[in-house]
Write a protein that binds this ligand. Structure first.
Ligand SMILES: [Zn+2]
Length: 206
């Protein structure tokens, strides 16, 4: 998902800033796994991210943002298993920008991740559910591409408009990924976090 560069405010404080000495991470094949999105605890919005595992910690880099915005999570920093579960639920496969021709498959009940109206010009993505679609006949642009002008009424499940309904256009909407395999780096980090929490010895040999 294309997240706006405007959206991440510089006042954000990460749990810990990791700077320098980046581990090279070449052995892991990225190609087989869907891109990740992560719901930042800073603003509870969804961002496309890359993850790396560094010394029993997970580093999250936000696509399109400089490293100052990276978030760093040590595996031994969780107080209980609920916190680990809550962290796990912050990850999922990346949502994708809805295309005009995908309009017919969006209807009442479709779960989406979308940008909400903002007076500050920030573009942030939150989860919503489609309540109704006010369909209009699709036009064609000069190049003959189908253009959706329909109004999508969204009921927000998160973000500043939580529990409210607003109107969105196709360009505001990303469709949720059907993929639900979890990225192996996140999986092994969560495993490690649970092992540390329960005080079991680490057998990984690294
Ligand atoms: Zn449409």
């Amino acid at each position: 998902m294309q997240k706006s560069l405007l959206s991440y405010q510089s006042g954000a404080t990460s749990p810990m800033i990791f700077s320098g000495e980046f581990a090279d991470d070449v052995e892991w094949c990225e190609g087989n796994w869907p891109e990740l999105e992560f719901r930042s605890p800073e603003d509870e919005a969804w961002y496309a991210v890359e993850v790396s595992d560094i010394c029993d910690a997970l580093m999250i880099s936000f696509n399109g943002f400089s490293y100052e915005h990276d978030e760093f999570y040590p595996a031994d920093d969780f107080k209980n298993s609920d916190e680990i579960l809550e962290f796990e639920e912050r990850f999922r496969a990346c949502s994708e920008q809805m295309q005009d021709v995908e309009c017919p498959k969006v209807h009442e009940g479709t779960k989406v991740c979308a940008t909400c109206p903002s007076v500050t010009g920030e573009v942030k993505f939150y989860d919503a559910i489609v309540v109704t679609v006010e369909r209009m006949k699709h036009e064609r642009d000069e190049e003959g591409n189908e253009v959706c002008g329909c109004d999508f009424k969204l009921f927000w499940k998160q973000g500043p408009y939580i529990n409210q309904v607003t109107t969105a256009k196709v360009g505001d909407i990303c469709l949720r990924a059907e993929e639900n395999r979890m990225n192996p780096k996140v999986v092994s980090f969560l495993k490690e976090a649970r092992r540390k929490l329960h005080g079991e010895p680490c057998n990984q040999g690294n």
